[in-house]
Design a protein around this ligand. Structure first.
Ligand code: ADP
Ligand code: MG
Length: 371
């Protein structure tokens, strides 16, 4: 992956702008490389990527806890590199709630308002409103330790919002919660975001969470945004095979481009198989490319003629209730996955059997040109 994969869009009057931002902790390695990202007012943008890809570092620079090594960050068009954290007016939520244990829930919420020197009646009104928003109106007098993990995290969300910030940063805020609670909180945070119109920069390594909540998702790898897109564009039109692999499942087939025909192209796979694919990002005929193909877009024993029909040998079959997951050997790839919806009348394939597999050229994305 290289820096040319970086995508940026300029939004006029951006709530947040990273302008050629770099970060190095040791003066040698860049953990954030030439980050350019505009976030519109009211937008929910998620930084998604594997551990160590630089997401938290970006948030820390935006919050003001880490200086940028190079470049400038803007809030509402004002440069903020020299503005201390508490003057940036940003709400924050982190994975380990960081509530004050010796204070009641209401006191925890009042704290950011006291710092901002609001009077008692205004404080009380805002605390009440924020607690009601996360449905904890009756819990103001409890200590954090008297609440469940999910309730504590709701308090943390309320505390980040209580002083009406324009921007809230959330770094893996649901990481400590179990799956069911996490999904419920995803909807709650999304709902609060929609009703308040606040801008949110959210960090997660969980692709489902990113797809569920975000207006746009920035996929990070090694300190570089690989793609910045809406959730559906990220899934349907990945720009390289890292993104295709990170968002959902993906089969890879490698070969050489033989011809380009408009938005499609022909390839010869390494075992000699001829296929048609969408020419998303390829080089000249003769250069190598990797095809990315979703397991659910492949038809087993296609009934009508398809752009591509290839033999596959069954290696393993997993019965997963709503679908069958079949591991096959296809054109030299021994970990080729096919998902077959369970219509109730499937004959379950058996190891060693050979099946025809069919798919549309448009569902096979030719990516990663090697020139
Ligand atoms: P992510 O949040 O995507 O997991 P981070 O931004 O935390 O990634 O880390 C990016 C890289 O920077 C990693 O290699 C990490 O080890 C390094 N790093 C993060 N924080 C510090 C720090 N305070 N000092 C030195 N290196 C750091
Ligand atoms: Mg992190």
């Amino acid at each position: 992956m290289n820096a040319t994969a970086q995508t940026s869009t300029e939004v006029r009057g951006a709530a947040v702008r990273f302008d050629h931002v770099q970060k190095s902790y040791d003066g040698i390695t860049l953990v954030v490389k030439d980050l350019n990202l505009d976030i519109a007012p009211g937008e929910f943008v998620t930084m998604l990527g594997p551990s160590g890809s630089g997401k938290t570092t970006c948030l820390m620079m935006l919050a003001g806890f880490e200086p940028a090594t190079h470049g400038e960050i803007f809030l509402n068009d004002k440069p903020i590199n020299n503005v201390p954290p508490r003057k940036r007016g940003i709400g924050m939520v982190f994975q380990n709630y960081a509530l004050f244990p010796h204070m009641s829930v209401a006191e925890n919420l009042a704290f950011p308002l006291e710092i901002r020197k609001l009077g008692k009646s205004e404080r009380d009104a805002k605390v009440k409103r924020a607690l009601d928003m996360v449905e904890l109106g009756a819990f103001g007098n409890r200590r954090p330790a008297q609440l469940s993990g999910g309730q504590q995290q709701r308090v943390a969300v309320a505390r980040a919002l209580v002083f009406d910030p324009d921007l809230v940063l959330m770094d893996e805020p649901l990481g400590a919660l179990d799956k069911q609670l996490r999904e419920q909180m995803q909807y709650e945070i999304k709902h609060i975001h929609e009703s308040l119109g606040v801008s949110v920069v959210y960090v997660t390594h969980d692709q489902t969470e990113a797809l569920t909540m975000s207006d746009r998702v920035a996929v990070f790898q090694d300190g570089v945004i690989q793609q910045l897109s809406s959730p559906d564009a990220l899934y349907e039109s990945p720009q390289n095979s890292f993104v295709a692999q990170f968002i959902g499942e993906n089969n890879k087939l490698s070969g050489k481009v033989t011809a380009r025909n408009g938005n499609l192209c022909s390839l010869t796979l390494d075992d000699g198989t001829q296929v048609e694919a969408e020419a998303v990002n390829i080089g000249e005929p003769g250069t190598r490319s990797t095809i990315s193909l979703r397991p659910e877009r492949i038809e087993l024993q296609p009934s009508e003629s398809r752009d591509n029909v290839v033999d596959g040998v069954v290696k393993e079959v997993l019965y997963l209730g709503d679908h069958l997951r079949i591991v096959m050997s296809v054109a030299g790839n021994d970990e080729f996955i096919v998902k077959v919806p369970n219509g109730g009348r499937n004959t379950v394939p058996v190891e060693g059997e050979v099946y025809k597999l069919g798919w549309s050229a448009i569902d096979a994305k030719a990516l990663d040109p090697v020139t």
